[in-house]
Ligand binder design. Structure first.
Ligand code: ARG
Length: 465
């Protein structure tokens, strides 16, 4: 490197190159306009590296303090929006290093000793992602808490439970909401597990083979809060499976959100009328004055598409890549950034929206009374009277057919009529045919009986704190 100032990236590698890059190639290969987002991780990684180089006697204490002084200045400039990012310097790493050298001279040029951008970028992405995971975990918790809060007020609210989108059996609305709590709890578990594998330090792998300098990688790991050090230099610089795993977690979480969003949309429509969403989450129509559209829920549902798409993009990016680092990996950033942004905003907005839903218990209950939701209870009643279940099932099918013909619910059939289907039926059947009787009967672990649902709410409260 001849000049003291690294302002053309070609100068960062060598005099070997005899012609400059075209503007198109520069733009095509540069990542600085998106990877500048990694600046804090990049500076933290460099400071930890410099501290270790100094501790190991590889650079002098003077060089180390010059590097720290320069990085403090750069931090200030970036935060104040004064830092001049240069396309010519390709990426965040070269931009920061060049500016450091401009500020502190030779000490800046010594920072890259025993390091390559290959282990540097892998370290930066892991550091950055770990920080994002640590903001996502509380958001997943907040989402669960919002659902548990609404559930708490709706243990005795009865909703028709659906299978095949047909009325199946009555369930507690709280029970229904707690199903989503289970999903988000598993998402949080998955994320905590992913964090362990994200939090391993690549730095020290250098370009691919390790380095001849006596680095103390464990020391850098401790400084940066990594749980451990990547044990194979080739793997350290090349694999991005930590990003794939994160992306798979995010895709699953967004799919869970999309299911909830879809139900909110359905429940708010006039045909259901089970809930209302606050005006601040809805928009009107430019032509139909009566419309209030659940745009936020629809977008949450729609945005699951891009996050699933990013998983496909990332996994395809990795497929077939030979060891070790390949430039393909520069393409990991935009999908990863967008995945984090989309999931974070969606979790925030959905938790807020769920906390504010207006529940309409009468409409839910009215809907549960349509569709013979307690037919299974009548069959169970007959089983308790001694009938084999398959016979009871058949008998009730006849009773339902008759009730449909009369246009009434099973509970509205006279006792004598019911006895016509099976003589063991007595007037205690009417308790069984009520929605509440049906709920109370499902008093099995994980069932919808209010007693069970209350136990689950207490368990979640204890877990969520
Ligand atoms: N901008 C690059 C990336 O994101 C940094 C690593 C480049 N390394 C290299 N040898 N070209 O992957």
């Amino acid at each position: 490197m001849s000049s003291n100032q690294l302002d053309k990236k070609s100068e960062a590698w060598s005099a070997l190159f005899s012609e400059p890059m075209s503007e198109l190639v520069k733009r095509y290969t540069a990542s600085v306009f998106f990877d500048q987002r990694l600046w804090q991780a990049d500076i933290a990684g460099s400071l930890a590296h410099a501290e270790m180089l100094c501790h190991q006697g590889i650079i002098s204490p003077d060089d180390r303090s010059s590097i720290e002084r320069g990085m403090a200045q750069i931090t200030e400039d970036i935060e104040a929006g004064r830092f001049e990012w240069k396309l010519d310097l390709e990426d965040v790493h070269l931009n920061i290093e060049a500016r450091l050298t401009q500020l502190v001279g030779d000490a800046g040029k010594r920072l890259h000793t025993g390091r390559s951008r290959n282990d540097q970028v892998a370290t930066d992405v892991r550091l950055w992602l770990r920080g994002e995971i640590d903001t996502l975990l509380p958001l997943l918790k907040a989402m669960q808490t919002a659902l548990v809060d609404v559930a708490d007020k709706n243990v005795d609210t009865i909703l028709p439970g659906f299978t095949h989108m047909q009325v199946a059996q009555p369930v507690s609305f709280a029970h229904h909401l707690l199903a989503y709590v289970e999903m988000f709890a598993r998402d949080a578990d998955r994320l905590a597990d992913v964090r362990k594998r994200v939090n391993q330090l690549p730095l020290g792998a250098a370009a691919l083979a390790g380095t001849s300098y006596p680095l103390d990688r464990e020391r850098v790991a401790r400084t940066l809060g990594f749980d451990g050090v990547c044990q194979n230099s080739l793997d350290a610089v090349s694999d991005r499976d930590f990003a794939l795993e994160f992306s798979a977690f995010a895709a699953i979480a967004m799919v869970h959100i999309s299911r909830l969003a879809e139900e909110l949309v359905l429940w708010m429509s006039q045909n259901f009328g089970f809930i209302d969403l606050a005006d601040r989450y809805c928009t009107g129509s430019s032509i139909m004055p009566q419309k209030r559209n659940p745009d936020v829920a629809e977008l949450a549902r729609g945005k699951s598409g891009r996050v699933v798409g990013h998983l496909m993009g990332l996994i395809t990016l990795m497929k077939g890549q030979p060891l070790t680092y390949n430039k393909d990996n520069q393409e990991d950033k935009e999908p990863l950034f967008d995945t984090v942004d989309t999931l974070r905003d969606t979790l925030r907005i959905m938790a807020e929206m769920v906390a504010g839903i207006l529940v309409k218990p009468e409409a839910m209950e009215r809907a549960a009374l349509k569709g013979y939701a307690t037919a299974t209870d009548l069959a169970d009643y007959l089983v308790k009277k001694g009938l084999p279940f398959r016979d009871a099932h058949e008998t009730v099918a006849h009773a339902v057919k008759h009730a449909i013909g009369q246009g009434v619910d099973l509970s509205a059939l006279p006792l004598a009529t019911l006895q016509g289907f099976n003589a063991t039926i007595s007037d205690d059947v009417f308790e069984v045919l009520t929605l509440r009787g049906s709920l109370n009967a499902r008093n099995v672990l994980g069932g919808t009986a209010p007693a069970q649902v209350r136990t689950q709410i207490a368990r979640h409260r204890g877990r969520l704190g």
